[in-house]
Design a protein around this ligand. Structure first.
Ligand SMILES: NC(=O)c1ccc[n+]([C@@H]2O[C@H](COP(=O)([O-])OP(=O)(O)OC[C@H]3O[C@@H](n4cnc5c(N)ncnc54)[C@H](OP(=O)(O)O)[C@@H]3O)[C@@H](O)[C@H]2O)c1
Length: 305
């Protein structure tokens, strides 16, 4: 099968090549999915799991990409809940070969059915950003209607999902980002916007939940804005700043079939919009994932026309 492979961590995304790899086979409780569309997170080349398996052994050449939408083509021993020919989407294991390929072997529990009226490219754009936003807001952040959310990077892949889901849940959303992101953040539903390049973050006032996708100084300043009982949720590594009277948590997103179902239902009925910028075929994936200018929105690789 055709796949994008990486062998050299130091080379980053520039080290990606289009190669011929053996088709994967389904292990216990796996399915094999014939991939139609794949999503990629630009920071993947920095993740240890891109380079090593769960016991730390080198697993290169590895296939990056962890979001997928496609059709089940085979079932592993003992696999239940999905069937051959079914449309699915989901989140591939961090430590196994990923989704920038024609096929992937993946545990069935990491997938959810993809309704027939949702395009594969849309399905492939949802798992990481959608689940990260959902879990950060509702599981870890315990968001309640009427609370105020500070959504950093509000025009980004995660941030646009955070903004929309928080607003739908009845929160007041203050988005942040670069000056150029203002219109997009407001368009995705932020009530107001703090331009991190030109405005003071303290202008945001008190907030109940900070959703941090940036870290560093932005995180430190944000922690000071959290009201008593509030929460700092970070997805960029161990928290470096804690609210004086509140909780701080960092987490890595997990696959969840029920939550994927909630997310895709919102896409179907218009409550949730995706943030897709570029769609490129697998043959052009290396160039598309090594952009020469700042991208607007997520890049999705269309593996099958
Ligand atoms: N732990 C987890 O489970 C998990 C899950 C998903 C994502 N993540 C991480 O979360 C981060 C965001 O992911 P994403 O996919 O949403 O990325 P993204 O689409 O690039 O969005 C990030 C947004 O924040 C903006 N931004 C970054 N640094 C900024 C700064 N200093 N000032 C103002 N704006 C800034 C970016 O602008 P520019 O494009 O101009 O930089 C972009 O609009 C990544 O580090 C990713 O690895 C973690």
């Amino acid at each position: 099968m055709k796949a994008i492979v990486v062998t050299d961590q130091a080379a980053g995304t520039a080290g990606m090549t289009l190669a011929e790899r053996p088709e994967p086979s389904a292990a216990i409780n796996d399915v094999v999915v014939r991939i139609h569309a794949s999503g990629f997170v630009p920071t993947e080349m920095e993740w240890p799991s891109t380079w090593a398996d769960r016991v730390g052994r080198d697993r290169t050449p590895s296939i990056p990409g962890h979001e997928l939408a496609g059709v089940v083509s085979a079932l592993g021993y003992g696999t239940t809940g999905l069937s051959v020919g079914q449309r699915v989407f989901g989140l591939a294991d961090w430590h196994r070969d990923g989704t920038l390929a024609e096929y992937v072997a993946i545990e069935a529990r990491n997938l959810a059915p993809l309704p027939g009226d949702v395009d594969f490219t849309v399905g492939a754009s949802l798992p990481i950003s959608g689940l990260t936003a959902w879990q950060g807001l509702f599981q870890h952040g315990r968001l309640q209607a009427g609370q105020t959310v500070l959504a950093h990077g509000a025009a980004g892949a995660v941030g646009t999902m955070v903004t929309q889901l928080a607003r739908e849940a009845g929160a007041y959303v203050i988005g942040t980002g670069r000056a150029a992101d203002r219109e997009k953040a407001l368009d995705f539903g932020a009530h107001e916007f703090v331009d991190l390049q030109n405005d003071a973050l303290s202008d945001a006032g008190g907030v109940d939940l900070v959703f941090d996708v940036i870290g560093g100084e932005v995180q430190r300043q944000s922690a000071a804005l959290i009201r008593p009982g509030g929460t700092l949720v970070s997805v960029v590594g161990p928290v470096e700043a804690r609210p004086a009277d509140g909780l701080a948590i960092d987490f890595v997103v997990e696959a969840d079939r029920a939550q994927l179902g909630e997310i895709v239902q919102r896409v179907r009925d218009g409550r949730l919009r995706t943030n897709i910028g570029t769609i490129a075929p697998l043959d052009d994936a290396v160039a598309a994932l090594n952009p020469t200018e700042r991208l607007k929105g997520k890049t999705i690789i269309r593996v099958r026309p």
